[in-house]
Write a protein that binds this ligand. Structure first.
Ligand SMILES: NC(=O)c1ccc[n+]([C@@H]2O[C@H](COP(=O)([O-])OP(=O)(O)OC[C@H]3O[C@@H](n4cnc5c(N)ncnc54)[C@H](OP(=O)(O)O)[C@@H]3O)[C@@H](O)[C@H]2O)c1
Length: 169
């Protein structure tokens, strides 16, 4: 099983404010759908509850929470990192899709990062992606100078692989 994380960050690693994303970039949302469809997605209880239409279709949805008897329609519920990894062990690829608490919990287990870097610093950010630079990640793909007409943001796609995994392949 490959454990990947997919995230959109601003210039200061910010990922959310007031329970919402910082920006909605349509080509990034399309890329998210293309990359994750057919795979497993794993998310925190707060991110699940913020999904406008609930569980995402054509993906195995897993929600992590400490709550006993938590019900997440269309998703499986786990109570620990170990349980999440155990029930996904036969899956080809699992994407951790947020939010901040869950990215932090799973970063030490991650093999790949798919980062959308939005070249903007948002105000009043209250959730951040954990520090990952300098922790043995190797860049495997980069697309710069992307532009979203609607929002006016420029952004880059950066894929990274953990150096440990890179050495194994
Ligand atoms: N930019 C992006 O790409 C992106 C992606 C996703 C989300 N976001 C943003 O991130 C923010 C939400 O992030 P967040 O950190 O507040 O919440 P979150 O990570 O989505 O969910 C946190 C909840 O997950 C559960 N949890 C986390 N770690 C756990 C563990 N080790 N074991 C068991 N349960 C665990 C707990 O649920 P219980 O409280 O029920 O126990 C915890 O309260 C929002 O602003 C959202 O828009 C941004």
């Amino acid at each position: 099983m490959i454990l990947a994380m997919i995230v959109a960050v601003d210039e200061q690693n910010g990922i959310g404010k007031d329970g919402d994303q910082l920006a909605y970039i349509s080509s990034d949302l399309k890329r998210f759908k293309e990359l994750t469809t057919g795979h497993t997605i794993l998310m925190g209880r707060k991110t699940f509850e913020a999904l406008p239409k609930g569980a995402l279709p054509k993906r195995r949805n897993i929600v992590i929470t400490h709550q006993k008897d938590y019900k997440a329609p269309g998703a499986e519920v786990v109570k620990s990192i170990g349980e999440a990894i155990a029930i996904c062990s036969d899956d080809q690829k699992v994407f951790v899709i947020g939010g901040g608490e869950v990215y932090k919990a799973f970063l030490p287990e991650a093999d790949e990062l798919y980062i959308t870097q939005i070249h903007h610093t948002f105000d009043n950010v209250d959730v951040f992606f954990p520090e990952y630079k300098g922790l043995g990640w190797k860049e495997t793909h980069r697309e710069d100078n992307l532009h979203d007409e609607k929002s006016g943001f420029t952004f880059s796609y950066v894929n990274l692989k953990s150096a440990g995994r890179f050495d194994c392949v």
